[in-house]
Ligand binder design. Sequence first.
Ligand code: SF4
Length: 227
Amino acid sequence: MIKPENNTFHTLSIQTTYQCNMKCANCYLGHMLNNPDYADIDLKVFEDSISKLPGKCDIRLIGAEPTMNDNLFELIRITRKYNHRPSLLTNGLKLGQEDYVIKMCDKYNRTTGITFPIMMRIKSVGKMGNHLDTYTYNINELINIAKENFGDFEPVFEIDGYKEKNTCTYKFQTEIGVMYGKCTDWTIDDDGLPDRGSKRRGILTKEGMIMPFFEFYEEEVNVKKKK
Ligand code: SF4
C-alpha cells in the first residue's frame, strides 16, 4: 500500500459506490454489492488524495454503478480541477436519461470517457470465491475480435510513455465520429489474480491509500471469508 504522493499507477480506480441499479449474479463485487456496510467514497478523502498525485492519471470512476453516487459530478469536477482524466465505468442505464447526460456534459464543457463493459466471460475461476472471474482470451485474440467488430486498426501499446503488454487501445470510425476502444488480457497467474504486478491499475482505498487493483478485492474477499 502506498501514499498518493508516491503513486506509480497509470490508472487509478475510485470505488465511488457499492450501490447498483442491477443485481447481476456474477457481479465481481460479490457480498459487497448493495451492502450498506460499504459506504460511498468520501469527497474530502478523494480530493485530498487526488490533489497529491505526482503525475497525470486516468481516474476511473467505477462502482458498482458510479451514476448511483449523488456526488458523481463533483467527483468529475475535482478530477478535472487537478488536471487528471476522468472516465466512467457504467452499465449505461442512467445514460438513457437525456437530461442527466446533457447536465453532465454541460457542467464540464466536454465529455468524460465512458466505458461500457462488454463482457466476454468464457471461464469462471473459483479461486477468488467466485467474486472475480477471468477471461481466457489473450491480447492477440482480443485484438482480432475487436477488428472483426470495428474494422482494421493499429493497436497502440504505449500511451503517455507508458507501455503495457496486456493492454492496448485503438481508434475506430463510427457514424458519430472517432471512438476509442481498449483490449485488456486478464488471464490469471498462478495465484488466481489477473494483471498482478501491473503498474497500470491501482485503486484508492477508503482511507486514501493506493494499492494494486485486484489485490484490493482479493483482500476484501478474504476478510469476508475469515469473518
Ligand atoms: S456493478 Fe456491474 S456487474 Fe455488478 S450488478 Fe452492477 S451492472 Fe451488474
